[in-house]
Design a protein around this ligand. Structure first.
Ligand code: NAP
Ligand code: MG
Length: 404
């Protein structure tokens, strides 16, 4: 069989632990036999991030701006325990945070729906796509551990030297403070990605913040969305038969639980982080959720929504059998390959991505799945497969489909 040829390389961001193991299996079993895979490889594994003082993460983000499409493996965000475990020079920032900041994009997360895995929330019939603002707020904060009594102030010095200050708190003893920010530019980019994405999939767009409490910060988000909707998107939304709807986050959460799904829910950075984990779990498994970072400039980075599955990795290291779900990582690759095919006009590559997606879902629907899905499926008599066994079962389905 002739391998599918690529024109432009994908930016490949390798990662950590169990997902790094899966990454290699997917390439070896599901991609390299069929595609003359062209990638520019960046090793974002924690050891290599440490060796390069995290420069590799910045380089991989720059490469994404150069080529337009990246695929990323899950990576460890170091905490104190990881600093010790990996003897790190410092507690590096989250690679996702660094990449998101560099691309200034919006993350769209949607569940991968498959027959036999029903959402926990019975009313949900269609996917809910979550749009997470990928810049600023608590992910780009400055924090101080206050040692004792004193006054914390918020100070802004304008370019012309004008100073604005506000007291945050007068401490009588130790405590903590945090400074966060966002920019109109980034919020506008976020809003634009959301409006455009909703239009592209013809679904309503919901947006929610806590503007009743955060009367300046969150209110600014609300104002920018409203202005852009009125000035640039109202007519296009009406023509497409979709609506833009703003509500307080508390109200949105209540409405989402009662809804049927089938809309895009835009959320600030932290809300999107937390809510997407809830959504992924409700729709089945964290491993059944895709995540795409879309920048206003049109760069795409595809990844799985889950982490590095540390617990499984330690079992794997001990030589024990694992059953780690590779679906979201497979869909990250197919998403990136499909986008590359679309941009470079390679229909065979797009077709291959579709076939691999279908083969993955059909394998599950035939009763062959990993342990996380076996626990929650309504399919009777399932066969619980090990990590690579599942990938090889997908390969078998794929080969049958390719020869059909
Ligand atoms: P996690 O890797 O998402 O795993 C949490 C638990 O969820 C697992 O122990 C497993 O449950 C289940 N799970 C997640 N993905 C699964 C899969 N593909 N197949 C089967 N089960 C799956 O989160 P974590 O253990 O809290 O975090 C581990 C590391 O990942 C951390 O260092 C964190 O910094 C990093 N992280 C990275 C990203 C990213 O790069 N996008 C995102 C989140 C976290 P059972 O153990 O019950 O089987
Ligand atoms: Mg999260």
């Amino acid at each position: 069989m002739q391998k599918i040829q690529m024109k432009t390389p994908l930016v490949e961001m390798d990662g950590d632990e169990m997902t790094r193991i899966i990454w290699q299996m997917i390439k070896d079993d599901l991609l390299l036999p069929y595609i003359d895979l062209k990638t520019e490889y960046y090793d974002l594994g924690l050891a290599h991030r440490d060796e390069t003082n995290d420069q590799v993460t910045i380089d991989s983000a720059e490469a994404t701006k150069k080529y337009g499409v990246a695929v990323k493996c899950a990576t460890i965000t170091p905490n104190a325990a990881r600093v010790e475990e990996y003897h790190l020079k410092k507690m590096y920032k989250s690679p996702n945070g660094t990449i998101r900041a560099a691309l200034d994009g919006t993350v769209f997360r949607a569940p991968i729906l498959v027959k036999g895995i029903d959402p926990y929330v019975r009313t949900w019939k269609k996917p809910i796509t979550m749009a997470r603002h990928a810049y600023g707020d608590v992910y780009k904060n400055s924090e101080i551990r206050v040692p004792g009594a004193g006054t914390a102030e918020l100070v802004f010095t304008a370019a012309d030297g004008t100073v604005t200050r506000k007291t945050i708190h007068t401490f009588e003893g130790p405590g903590i403070i945090q400074g966060i920010h966002n920019t109109d530019h980034s919020i506008e980019g976020f809003a634009r990605s959301c409006f455009e994405y909703a239009l592209s999939i013809k679904q309503d767009l919901w947006f929610s913040t806590k503007d009743t409490i955060s009367k300046t910060y969150d209110t600014r988000f609300k104002e920018i969305f409203e202005r852009m909707y009125d000035e640039e998107y109202k007519e296009r939304f009406e023509a497409a038969g979709i609506t833009y709807f703003y509500t307080l986050i508390d109200d949105a959460v209540a409405r989402v639980m009662r809804s049927e799904g089938g809309f895009v829910w835009a959320l600030k950075n932290y809300d999107g982080d937390v809510m997407s984990d809830m959504m992924a779990t409700s729709f089945g498994s964290l491993a059944m959720m895709t995540s795409i970072l879309v920048s206003p400039a049109g760069y795409y980075e595809y990844e799985a929504a889950h982490g590095t599955v540390q617990r499984h990795y330690y079992k794997h290291l001990k030589g024990e059998k694992t059953s780690t779900n590779s679906v979201a990582t497979i869909f990250a690759w197919t998403g990136a390959l499909r986008k590359r095919g679309e941009l470079d006009q390679i229909p065979e590559l797009m077709k291959f991505a579709d076939l691999l997606d279908e083969a993955t879902l059909e394998t599950i629907e035939s009763g062959k799945m990993t342990g996380d899905l076996a626990l929650i499926t309504t399919i009777p008599n399932v066969e619980k497969l090990g990590t690579e066994e599942f990938i090889l079962a997908i390969k078998e389905t794929l080969d049958k489909k390719m020869n059909a």
